[in-house]
Ligand binder design. Structure first.
Ligand code: FMN
Length: 199
């Protein structure tokens, strides 16, 4: 049995390919690990505000030196980190927006990448402090970026791999629904993406 955390960042809900793809990954995981628990965290419902000066200062303050106001400022971030620390498996659904991740997903990342809590530097080298066993990325885009001439236009997947690796999550598998805006590919894009999910 595993604790599965599903992070949703598309605001589209019913129509969203990245959510459908994430759900397919979870169906497969539940077959593999019957009785697992699934927590869904929808970033359209929980907003992570852009970081402000006081919050950045609170991030850098040792826990025992935090005042009441700083503790309050950190509460959303602390909850997000705790949720992640409890997960065995993380599924992140992301649309490609302007060749990278949506602002809501970046904001969530800004709240979970925390010095001394989710990463540290030892002898000048970064060390991730989280221990999620497996991460699946469920990406959706109108273009095709898994291969071919526009592969390097996708800044979402390399960025997610880098930042998740930075906090210790380096076992990452990517699935995609792609070509959703290209005639001749779009007609079967969703079906192909869903079928590609073999764990
Ligand atoms: C604001 C916005 C920006 C987008 N930028 C890109 C892009 O840079 N490249 C691309 O291939 N598709 C782009 N798309 C298309 C989405 O990636 C595509 O519709 C995807 O299926 C959205 O994910 P979802 O179905 O999970 O909502 C964009 C869509 C929106 C709304």
């Amino acid at each position: 049995m595993k604790n599965i955390l599903h992070i949703i960042s598309s605001p589209r809900q019913q129509e969203s390919s990245s959510i459908k793809l994430g759900n397919r990954i979870i169906e497969k995981l539940l077959t593999q690990y019957p009785g697992s628990s699934v927590t869904t965290h929808n970033l359209s419902q929980t907003h992570y505000p852009p970081l402000q000066e006081a919050q950045i200062a609170a991030f850098k303050t040792p826990p025992n030196a935090l005042n009441a106001e700083q503790q309050q400022l950190l509460s959303l971030s602390n909850k997000a980190v705790a949720q992640l620390a409890e997960a065995d498996i993380l599924v992140i659904g992301s649309p490609l927006y302007n060749f990278t991740i949506p602002a809501g997903l970046k904001a969530w990342l800004d709240h979970i990448v925390r010095p001394g809590l989710t990463f540290t530097y030892e002898n000048g080298k970064p060390q991730g402090l989280l221990k999620v066993q497996q991460v699946y990325l469920a990406l959706a885009a109108n273009g095709v970026y898994s291969d071919g001439p526009t592969k390097h236009w996708d800044f979402a997947e390399p960025y997610l791999r880098h930042i998740l690796g930075f906090i210790g999550l380096s076992n990452i598998t990517t699935f995609r629904v792609e070509g959703g805006g290209i005639p001749g590919i779009m007609e079967t894009a969703l079906e192909k993406g869903l079928e590609s999910v073999q764990l």
